[in-house]
Design a protein around this ligand. Structure first.
Ligand SMILES: *[C@@H]1O[C@H](CO)[C@@H](O)[C@H](O)[C@H]1NC(C)=O
Ligand SMILES: *[C@@H]1O[C@H](CO)[C@@H](O)[C@H](O)[C@H]1NC(C)=O
Ligand SMILES: *[C@@H]1O[C@H](CO)[C@@H](O)[C@H](O)[C@H]1NC(C)=O
Ligand SMILES: *[C@@H]1O[C@H](CO)[C@@H](O)[C@H](O)[C@H]1NC(C)=O
Ligand SMILES: *[C@@H]1O[C@H](CO)[C@@H](O)[C@H](O)[C@H]1NC(C)=O
Ligand SMILES: *[C@@H]1O[C@H](CO)[C@@H](O)[C@H](O)[C@H]1NC(C)=O
Ligand SMILES: *[C@@H]1O[C@H](CO)[C@@H](O)[C@H](O)[C@H]1NC(C)=O
Ligand SMILES: *[C@@H]1O[C@H](CO)[C@@H](O)[C@H](O)[C@H]1NC(C)=O
Length: 336
């Protein structure tokens, strides 16, 4: 056992004996706060590695992927006005994510100081919105009617307390949100928008979401809403829009899967809402609006699912049960 872990175990044990109950919460907060991500830009991947190298490595050496079908309309057909919200959905809209455990840290000057243990690697991935390939025209671009517009909302998940429950989410965000809250958020996103801009639904100001308290806290973090019109959508390469490319802010050596289990198991919340661009403040039933929590749940052959392993010791989880379990374990190790 790692010395620090033993020390923590001892503290838990002593705390339990002394009846101090707030230590588990403090430690849980510490583990939740520790997510640090580097974001890729147009030219560079995380760690300022050449962008092409990042993209190629992810494509050729994925460890885990996730794919989530979402509700979306036939944007090749004309958008109804007023947008009734019950336009029929077509197959093929989805969110996807891919994660690699060990991207090589090469061709960058950002390499950590040599510690004699060999080359450095980092964990990274990217999230993509996919349009139906049935809507791709002969030139390989999407055929989009001028009347369509969409709003894309994403939430910052690093540098904030992350709800660890989301690491077991099935893509619906229901691990932390209620059906009522999801419906309210979708409605807020679908209706409270002005042409050419997308205003974020604020969870804390929606009654059924604010009632959830801390569980829904990720949705009170910084949210980014961005509009895409028909011209923008036609530019998506092969009908795919990359929305977030990221890497761990701490490098590691080959075979150390701590970062993979921590970063790779994150679910990224995303909300997308389609509408007719001429429908200013148009109220819809939210049926062409979807909220997803996108996570890499499928291991590729020969790989493990992130967060699956016994190595999840760095994520203590929340709540007193963990603290009690650790305290009991502490007693056990003392007795031995
Ligand atoms: C989408 O709409 C276009 C234009 O109306 C039509 O040609 C096409 O068949 C539709 N595609 C699907 C999958 O419904
Ligand atoms: C959409 O729903 C509204 C009311 O719910 C209904 O009046 C309208 O006929 C529907 N439109 C279509 C195309 O189904
Ligand atoms: C990375 O550097 C190697 C030499 O160290 C070079 O052969 C390769 O082309 C570089 N790759 C990129 C994408 O710059
Ligand atoms: C997802 O999980 C929630 C509970 O968190 C459950 O109610 C729902 O049925 C699940 N949905 C799917 C598609 O698995
Ligand atoms: C579409 O949006 C872009 C910004 O993303 C803007 O520059 C352009 O003028 C818009 N086009 C139309 C037709 O509204
Ligand atoms: C078609 O897609 C490419 C990217 O794959 C983009 O550069 C080009 O501008 C698009 N063409 C139109 C007409 O939007
Ligand atoms: C594994 O990597 C993490 C950073 O992701 C680091 O904190 C930890 O000390 C490393 N473990 C070992 C045994 O080197
Ligand atoms: C990731 O995939 C590589 C092969 O590309 C494999 O060697 C490695 O063990 C995998 N790592 C995990 C954590 O599954």
């Amino acid at each position: 056992m790692h010395q620090n872990t033993r020390m923590h175990t001892l503290l838990y044990c002593l705390a339990a004996i002394a009846g101090i109950s707030n230590i588990p919460a403090t430690l849980a907060a510490e583990s939740e706060d520790s997510i640090q991500l580097l974001q890729a830009t147009g030219r560079y991947g995380p760690w300022q590695v050449p962008r092409a190298e990042f993209d190629t490595f992810l494509a050729n050496h994925p460890n885990a992927t996730g794919n989530y079908a979402i509700m979306g309309p036939n944007i090749s057909a004309s958008a109804e006005s007023p947008f009734s919200g019950n336009e029929s959905a077509i197959d093929g809209w989805s969110w996807s994510i891919v994660v690699s455990a060990d991207l090589p840290l090469i061709n960058t000057t950002w390499v950590p100081e040599d510690d004699g243990k060999g080359p450095f690697y980092y964990t990274g991935g990217k999230m993509t919105l996919n349009a139906p390939s049935s809507l791709l025209g002969p030139g390989g671009n999407l055929t989009v009617d001028d009347g369509w517009e969409l709003c894309l909302f994403t939430w910052q998940i690093d540098d904030f307390p992350y709800s660890d429950k989301l690491r077991s989410d099935n893509g619906t965000c229901k691990s932390v949100l209620s059906d009522e809250c999801i419906a309210e958020m979708k409605l807020a996103a679908a209706s409270a928008t002005v042409e050419g801009s997308c205003s974020c639904p604020i969870a804390s100001s929606l009654p059924s979401c604010s009632r959830l308290g801390d569980a829904a806290k990720v949705f009170n973090n910084n949210c980014y809403g961005s509009p895409r019109n028909a011209t923008d959508i036609r530019r998506w390469k092969e009908g795919k829009l990359e929305t977030y490319a990221f890497g761990d802010a701490t490098a590691h050596h080959l075979g150390n899967n701590t970062a993979y289990n921590n970063i790779g198991s994150l679910a990224f919340p995303a909300l997308i809402s389609f509408r007719n661009k001429d429908d200013i403040n148009g109220v819809t039933d939210g049926s062409m609006t979807s909220l997803s929590c996108v996570r890499a749940v499928d291991a590729v052959a020969g790989s493990t699912v992130p967060g699956d392993a016994e190595s999840s010791g760095n994520r203590l989880g929340t709540g007193a049960m963990t603290g009690i379990a650790l305290a009991l374990y502490g007693l056990w190790t003392l007795i031995l």
